[in-house]
Design a protein around this ligand. Structure first.
Ligand code: ACO
Length: 428
């Protein structure tokens, strides 16, 4: 159970003659929230906050984001430290359990990941029935939902297995499903996971090894994948995590719950933006590289075009993940002796946008998706797999939030509304 902090001050709300006191809750980082959970009981009023722009939906101990100062910490540890010292697997453990594993815990967890990396053989046939050209993100969310038919007892009420086993199975099989989906899409035989390879190396091998063209696993590729996965591993109450918490609050099976999160992530305004960024950069390239034209289009209210990979609901400064990814992108491309003209366009676009009054006034900066796609391209990952990569990385975060929510005994999520439709009338 998460202990709710005690209120030390109160806000006073006056409605007509009635005056009530609302507790002000202060988080460990000084964030202040007015607790309105009893508002309707005492006043008959609800609050209105479409798209939850101003609503804290839960208490959480997992991730801290300060959008004004550009801070992101998992369980108190800045991501800048984690990318230097931890692997994705250790970061996943940190998010789910609250502490970095020691050598023994890490060995046990890695062993669990290995043991649960195989996909149930019956599931392999499912891949044959998706239409040609199906988006891998939709294949992935469907397959994860299908896992609930193999493991029906993984829900908050009948949770009959250890959380470590469910966590390991999810993190590990999702990687296998993603690589299988890719192999199927290019008509190559699937490559099974290998016991001797760590998480990221194993994934790259499943993606790119083939009987006629053995894949050389380069340390630089494994390292950069670890960095990208660590930076995407959690981001508190974003759209997909909110979907996970909302669906999970109905005591839905964990796999179906995660599948709902994946569906939310697939949207171009959320995780789908990394693919959309590359499509946008290619479009600008094909159009002669005129970045000004696209900046103007993004500002034009009569156009639906937006600069993909720009802007964020929470960050009103440079996204700290984008700072690291931009730096790593340059370093990685240089190490791999890879020149990508899209990187030049991206930098030009960023420079022009950051000088433009429209973007300055709205605090629009590059987000996590702006440079990540350029790294994925250099790794040989096709564009339609970019959001799948995001999903693999976000799993530990979703699981951590699900676990925290279940542990807190959360009630079912059920917002209210203000009805503005027709009042009672007779049929015409
Ligand atoms: N390009 C041009 N204008 C933008 C952009 C953009 N990328 N983002 C926001 N704006 C403008 C809006 O038009 C709006 O202007 P207005 O006040 O004159 O109407 C203002 O900035 C505020 O934008 P909202 O859409 O209200 O901001 P919101 O917080 O609802 O949306 C979002 C955030 C979805 C990320 C938005 O910035 C966007 O669409 N960005 C592009 C898509 C993208 O990169 N998504 C990935 C986000 S990171 C992630 O989910 C992993």
């Amino acid at each position: 159970m998460l202990d709710q902090p005690e209120a030390t001050e109160f806000a006073v709300l006056r409605i007509g003659d009635q005056e009530i006191q609302l507790p002000i809750i202060v988080g460990t980082e000084g964030e202040r929230g007015i607790d309105i959970s009893n508002l309707r009981k005492y006043t008959g009023c609800v609050t209105i906050d479409p798209s939850f722009v101003n609503t804290a939906a839960c208490y959480s101990r997992i991730t801290f984001v300060d959008g004004e100062r550009g801070i992101l910490r998992y369980r108190g540890i800045p991501v800048e430290q984690l990318v230097k010292s931890a692997s994705f697997v250790r970061t996943a453990y940190l998010l789910v359990h609250g502490y970095l594993p020691d050598a023994e815990c890490n060995r046990k967890f890695s062993d669990l990941l290995n043991r649960h990396s195989m996909l149930h053989e019956d599931m392999r046939h499912f891949f044959d029935n998706f239409p040609h050209g199906a988006h891998p993100m939709h294949i992935l969310s469907t397959m994860i939902n299908a896992l609930s038919t193999f493991y029906p007892n993984v829900d908050s009420l009948s949770m009959s297995e250890d959380i470590d086993v469910s966590t390991a199975r999810l993190i590990s099989t999702v990687r296998t499903i993603a690589a299988f989906a890719y192999k199927k899409s290019i008509g190559e035989p699937v490559v099974y996971p290998r016991r001797d390879l760590p998480y990221c190396a194993n994934f790259l091998n499943m993606m790119f090894d083939s009987p006629v063209n053995p894949y050389e696993i380069r340390e630089e590729a494994v390292n950069i994948l670890n960095v990208l996965f660590i930076l995407h591993a959690d981001h508190e109450q974003n759209c997909s995590t909110t979907a996970v918490r909302t669906v999970g609050s109905a005591q839905v099976n964990l796999y179906s719950t995660i599948s709902a999160g994946m569906s939310a992530l697939s949207g171009p305004l959320h995780g789908g933006a990394n693919q959309a960024v590359i499509e946008m950069l290619k479009m600008i390239q094909a159009d002669g590289g005129n970045v000004r034209k696209y900046i103007d289009m993004a500002k034009d209210r009569s156009s639906t075009f937006r600069l993909m990979g720009f802007g964020h609901r929470v960050y009103k400064t440079y996204d700290p993940r984008a700072v690291i990814i931009k730096e790593e992108c340059h370093r990685f491309l240089e190490t791999m002796h890879c020149k990508d003209p899209l990187l030049d366009i991206a930098m030009e676009l960023e420079e022009a946008a950051l000088k433009d009054d429209f973007f300055i006034a709205r605090h629009l900066y590059p987000n996590v998706d702006f440079y990540s796609g350029i790294i994925y391209r250099a790794l040989g990952i096709p564009e339609n797999m970019f959001t799948v990569m995001f999903a693999l990385a976000r799993l530990p975060g979703w699981i951590a939030h699900w676990k925290e929510m279940i542990g807190a005994g959360t009630r079912i999520t059920r917002p209210r509304q203000i009805y503005i439709g027709k009042t009672y009338r007779k049929e015409d």
